[in-house]
Write a protein that binds this ligand. Sequence first.
Ligand SMILES: Nc1ncnc2c1ncn2[C@@H]1O[C@H](COP(=O)(O)OP(=O)(O)OP(=O)(O)O)[C@@H](O)[C@H]1O
Length: 303
Amino acid sequence: MTDNPSGTHGAVLKDSAPAEGGPLVELRGAGKSYGNIRALHGVDLQVHAGRVTCVLGDNGAGKSTLIKIISGLHRHTEGDFLVDGRPVRFATPREALDRGIATVYQDLATVPLMPVWRNFFLGSEMTRGPWPVRRLDIARMKATADRELRNMGIALDDLEQPIGTLSGGQRQCVAIARAVYFGARVLILDEPTAALGVKQSGVVLKYIAAARDRGLGVIFITHNPHHAYMVGDHFSVLRLGTLELSADRSEIGLEELTNHMAGGAELAALKHELAQVRGVDVEELPEESDLTAPVATSPEGTP
Ligand SMILES: Nc1ncnc2c1ncn2[C@@H]1O[C@H](COP(=O)(O)OP(=O)(O)OP(=O)(O)O)[C@@H](O)[C@H]1O
């Protein structure tokens, strides 16, 4: 954080200094049940400063539930949740934010018709002058938004343009820069590349790396092992609410991660079905990680 921003997002508790080298956020055997439904069970997760922890999983794996616990929307019902080494149980997202845990949701909470700079400060506006003649400090907000976006390497031609006119990727980048400016130490990104094309995804991944390089602990939720592997330092794969894999980058390659994500056995079954549909031998199909690739055909075009 470069300034001391006034407003609701700036506060980071004074007692929130992490133990030297310890995780900023940690789940130990954590879980969550919604009534009879056990959405998450026995999950261990550590988030360190300057590292990207990727949480992967298929639909219903428990990713949203995990985010909601860490961001203060839901309380865990089993295990421990620690921030800076101390057990916590947030009552509201505000409490998580006060501890420097910021969440950027896929459906960004922006006002599309408002300028970029205005959205940057939404809910945390800078003001000048004493009450009752206090006014919005527009010049300072514009200059600060401009500087902060540039600091993150985000080049926008015109901060006056409505944020709704930016691409989805650009909006994600603005949200990341905003969280960094308002003092986030832990940044949770909820599927930031899910709705984006290849190029825009690349841009967002670049700013995830930029946030990591600024010392934030990043939790990157994604379905996409390729995106995860481009920036991830650690990979946690959830399946049906439990942790199926937890591995550092040095311990796992992209192909193995993809297999875990897709479920090796399920893919093998799919491959057999696909071979039947195409009327070819299973061995003629490409590797598990690339079932969409065309099958090699003879020069005449007959399989
Ligand atoms: N409020 C709720 N009440 C009851 N069950 C819930 C609730 N929220 C989630 N669940 C259940 O918990 C399980 C995990 O859901 P969750 O939304 O955390 O998964 P997810 O990995 O985020 O999935 P997706 O990628 O589809 O969003 C699912 O079986 C889901 O139906």
